[in-house]
Write a protein that binds this ligand. Structure first.
Ligand SMILES: [Zn+2]
Length: 260
């Protein structure tokens, strides 16, 4: 998965006017008023320090879970933060009972939350399908190596996460599709009923859109309206409330535009 070439969206701002460039603590008044999105300014200069301060500033405890431990539902994986160890395998993978194309496996809490979310969408008349959930290190490694051979290094690096660097390996991420089958793993997914419903409602069920539009300077990944990440409702609601869609920003972690 993730083999699709999508156009770089550059400085396109998310509809909500997200404070993407704000290096400040999320939830502070200044964070919502600063700089246009897409700016790389200070992206890598913010230190990974402010969790305690952030917690007190926003009234939200950002240290409830680790961002480093691969077992944590808040683990942050990006191009600067591989899973440690890179070959880590979750111990509580289960199969969520949701429509799917490939048999999905997710960690238990993510699977339960996905079932709740898909059921809620269905009640609203929207069909959501799981396309690609957990991917093992060994699977990612073979995809990466196959692409290296067929596409070359530059294209592979652009399209495929290195083994140990894919959020899918956490067991907390799922590429979701529309029941119609249209726009699977494509940016036009955002225009489908499922894409629209998930963009508006995923946060209610503990899921976030991990790679928003125009945030590649921070996430290292182009806009992927289909890729959702489970973080639990406490954090997803905090992120919604503070209008801060990026895990790196929430936790004061360095931006991750590329591999070190
Ligand atoms: Zn994905």
């Amino acid at each position: 998965m993730g083999l699709l070439v999508v156009a770089l969206t550059g400085c396109t701002a998310p509809a909500s006017g997200t404070p993407s460039a704000a290096p400040t603590v999320p939830g502070t008044p200044s964070a919502s008023a600063t700089a246009g999105s897409g700016s790389r300014v200070s992206a890598s200069s913010s230190s990974p320090a402010p969790t305690r301060a952030a917690a007190s500033a926003s009234g939200f405890d950002l240290e409830q879970h680790s961002v480093d431990d691969p077992r944590s539902i808040w683990v942050v994986v990006d191009k600067r933060r591989p899973l440690r160890p890179k070959s880590w395998v979750p111990q509580d993978l289960v199969q969520p009972d949701v429509p799917h194309t490939n048999v999905p496996r997710l960690r238990k809490p993510a699977a339960a939350a996905l079932e709740r979310m898909v059921a809620a969408a269905k009640r609203d008349g929207v069909g959501v399908t799981s396309l690609s959930a957990y991917r093992a290190y060994t699977v990612q490694k073979s995809i990466y190596e196959r692409n290296l051979r067929s596409l070359g290094r530059a294209a592979t690096e652009r399209l495929t996460a290195r083994p140990g660097y894919s959020e899918h390996q956490t067991g907390l991420a799922d590429d979701l599709g529309d029941a119609s089958g249209r726009c699977g793993i494509a940016t036009c997914f955002a225009t489908t009923p499922a894409g629209k419903w998930l963009a508006a409602n995923a946060w209610r069920y503990g899921w976030i859109l991990r790679y928003p539009k125009g945030q590649q300077a921070v996430t290292g990944i182009q806009w992927e309206p289909w890729h959702f990440r489970y973080v639990g409702t406490a954090l997803s609601k905090h992120m919604h409330r503070t209008d801060q869609p990026l895990l790196e920003r929430v936790f004061g972690l360095p931006a991750s535009p590329d591999y070190r």
